[in-house]
Design a protein around this ligand. Structure first.
Ligand code: CAA
Length: 379
């Protein structure tokens, strides 16, 4: 076993670090305050290849491995968790799902611009009454011969208004339960497709989250992904990989908060010494360092297994479960170490604490990860 990163992986990590420091750090507090999407930075991320990192270059991607993706995600999320979720959804839900399961025609038409970062994509599974319980889809797609008629509402969709290409999961045959679900490629601007107002969120306020409404939207038959009834398996398999992205986002948030807390603890004095010399603070930092290292190892393990073509349902869920808890615990303690300064925006850690929470909710709550893991190990 070799824990060393390759030259190429180190280069990607450094490029993402430089980008985050120069393009994302300035303005991150303001974007959070005004819920402003990092449009210019996302455009540059596309130009640098960060939006189609693992896609084969023949489809416009950077052709990198999943470990490089984890490294880049960590660096971006360390500074701006909102930009990181845009990157995560585009890479590991939209592009990865399309590259693995779409037809050649669908890839040429939709994947190439997504992987090049010319447009961004959204993954539309959650509904008002089907968040964790993904089999209970109420959005319907009725087979009308040449096309499907799509009706329903999707909730909490990342990249909701900024995306151009939407992967929409819908129920085609309710009698067949999850085997009657399909996934479709839907374009922005199609008649009957409406985008609801932007959600007002606790965290990742720079990301663009909306409800989407479909009223008699005609989806051409050739825009269905895979065989009839493949939609639920598509969503589950895509989410297995997506969880590596969110785990890496959580890892980055934790690492960012830890670095700030460590620096602060070395500088801030109380009771005649730097606060790092008080065990009450030093032990918090020690716990953070251990948990972050363990979270990173889980991310690397899941990423390496993905690159080897192994089943990553358990390892992806483990990485997400642990890294998101680490993000939450670390950011809470980072605020505590900063004391009063931790509670104001200019020190960044209060934003990170708010941002961390979503990593325990989206792409499957922590409870869902435990269902996936416990069912997996019981097999
Ligand atoms: N990988 C592959 N297949 C899976 C799977 C997995 N992780 N989990 C379940 N399946 C398969 C099962 O093997 C079964 O297959 P068969 O067709 O052979 O029967 C089928 O799916 C149904 O499985 P279950 O009977 O276990 O289904 P369930 O109703 O009990 O639910 C669940 C399973 C794991 C809880 C699933 O509903 C789930 O993952 N829910 C969470 C959904 C989620 O993550 N939503 C996030 C929305 S996306 C998002 O947040 C994006 C964003 O914007 C950031």
């Amino acid at each position: 076993m070799d824990f060393k990163l390759t030259e190429e992986q180190l280069m990607i990590q450094q490029a993402a670090r430089d980008f985050a420091q120069t393009e994302l750090l300035p303005g991150v507090i303001e974007r959070d305050e005004h819920s402003k999407f990092p449009a210019d930075a996302v455009k540059k991320m596309g130009e640098l290849g960060f939006l189609g990192m693992m896609v084969d270059p023949k489809y416009g991607g950077a052709g990198l491995d999943s470990v490089s993706y984890v490294l880049a995600m960590e660096e971006i999320a360390k500074v701006d968790a909102s930009a990181a979720v845009v990157m995560s959804v585009n890479n590991s839900l939209v592009c990865a799902g399309m590259e693995k399961y779409c037809s050649e025609e669908q890839k040429q038409k939709y994947l190439v611009p997504l992987a090049k970062g010319e447009v961004i994509g959204a993954f539309c599974l959650s509904e008002p009454e089907a968040g964790s319980d993904a089999t209970s889809q109420k959005t319907t797609a009725i087979d009308m011969g040449d096309y499907y008629l799509l009706n329903g509402t999707k909730n909490w969709i990342t990249n909701g208004s900024t995306a151009s290409t939407y992967l929409v999961i819908a129920q085609t045959d309710v009698e067949k339960g999850h085997k009657g679900i399909n996934a479709f490629i839907v374009e922005k601007g199609w008649a009957g497709f409406e985008i609801g107002p932007k959600e007002k969120k606790m965290g990742i306020r720079g990301s663009d989250t909306h409800s989407l409404m479909f009223t008699d939207v005609k989806v051409p038959k050739e825009n269905r992904i895979g065989e009839d009834g493949f939609g639920f398996a598509f969503a589950m398999n895509v989410l297995n990989g997506g969880r590596i992205g969110i785990a890496s986002q959580a890892l980055g948030i934790a690492q960012g908060a830890y670095e700030l807390a460590l620096k602060y603890a070395k500088e801030r004095k109380a009771f005649k010494t730097e606060i790092i010399n008080h065990q009450a603070v030093a032990f918090k930092l020690a716990d953070m360092a251990v948990n972050i290292t363990a979270a990173r190892m889980l991310c690397f393990k899941a990423a390496a297994e993905k690159d080897n073509g192994e089943d990553i349902s358990i390892s992806g869920a483990m990485a997400k479960l642990f890294a998101s808890k680490t993000a939450m615990d670390t950011t809470i303690e980072a605020v505590q170490i900063h004391g009063g300064n931790g509670y104001v925006s200019e020190y960044h850690v209060e934003r990170m604490m708010r941002d961390a929470k979503i990593t325990q909710i989206y792409e499957g709550t922590s409870e869902i990860q435990k269902i996936v893991i416990s069912r997996g190990i019981a097999k």
